[in-house]
Design a binder for this molecule. Structure first.
Ligand SMILES: Nc1ncnc2c1ncn2[C@@H]1O[C@H](COP(=O)(O)OP(=O)(O)OP(=O)(O)O)[C@@H](O)[C@H]1O
Length: 253
């Protein structure tokens, strides 16, 4: 029997995040918008997965539902062994704080804190200590050694996003959700940030799920899943910019 690359990936690693039958309807009656119509998808532990699709296909909605930032109308979302759709607000807040990392398009750093203080903030808030070895590895990985005392305003956009990447990595979350992490960066800084994400998957075994519009960004992932009209329609394993672009053109055509 031939095993496809995708099957091999699935067999090698259990899913860190699983969505089953996820439906999301915004509004009611005539004004109802069916943003997700029964999405089934798994995201492997230690893999980098991109979510793509035409504008309005439901990418951000799916990511928000996976990360517990938005509620589902129907269906189940598991992060590890926890069905997050059954948690109350307080439990969800703790789960996001302790098990999930976020990287957004706007870097979301606190302007009065240094790079190092921004990186440590989530751990400080939850009263946890950083693993000193991991801190060294993360700082080396994202190349911020000589910038740790700088404030965000003294850093370039690419450097600020590297701080946000380090902040997401330092708490060893079960999964990092990245929403257009290179959307505000020039192509060189974007490539650097994507390389750091790739390295964190390879060297730290980090699980990453990223929403992007950019075929080049998506090509850094191990796998790309494609949405259209709120449904998962296809996926690519070991994507190239060209194969992602071709698939998108077919979906939009
Ligand atoms: N809060 C909301 N209230 C009502 N409709 C919404 C809301 N958020 C999203 N939608 C609708 O749900 C659908 C999916 O939106 P979503 O933002 O998830 O798509 P997307 O693929 O991320 O789009 P884009 O690529 O343009 O960012 C769209 O039709 C959108 O208008």
């Amino acid at each position: 029997m031939t095993i496809t690359g995708e099957e091999a990936l699935r067999r090698a690693a259990p899913a860190a995040v699983v969505a089953r039958g996820v439906t999301k309807v915004y509004g009611q009656g005539d004004a109802a918008v069916h943003a997700l119509r029964g999405v089934d998808v798994g995201f492997e532990t230690g893999a980098f997965t991109a979510i793509m699709g035409p504008s309005g296909s439901g990418k951000s909605t799916l990511m928000h539902c996976l990360a517990g930032l938005d509620s589902v109308t129907k269906g189940e979302v598991r992060i590890g062994d926890v069905d997050i759709t059954r948690l109350n607000d307080k439990q969800l807040t703790l789960l996001r704080r302790d098990r999930v990392g976020f990287i957004f398009q706007a870097f979301n750093l606190l302007p009065t804190l240094s790079a190092e203080q921004n990186i440590m903030l989530p751990l400080d808030i939850s009263g946890r200590q950083a693993d000193p070895e991991l801190f060294k590895v993360v700082i080396r990985t994202v190349g911020l050694g000589d910038r740790l005392k700088h404030r965000p305003s003294e850093l370039s956009g690419g450097q600020q996003q590297r701080v946000a990447v380090a902040r997401a990595l330092i708490s060893k979350p079960q999964v990092i959700f990245a929403d257009e992490p290179t959307g505000n960066l020039d192509s060189r800084s974007g490539a650097e940030v994507l390389s750091f994400l790739r390295t964190s998957v390879r060297e730290l075994g980090q699980t990453i799920v990223m929403v992007t519009h950019d075929p080049v960004a998506a090509s850094y992932a191990d796998r790309v899943v494609f949405l259209r009209d709120g449904v998962l329609v296809t996926e690519l394993v070991h994507p190239s910019p060209q194969s992602v672009l071709d698939t998108l053109m077919k979906l939009e055509g």
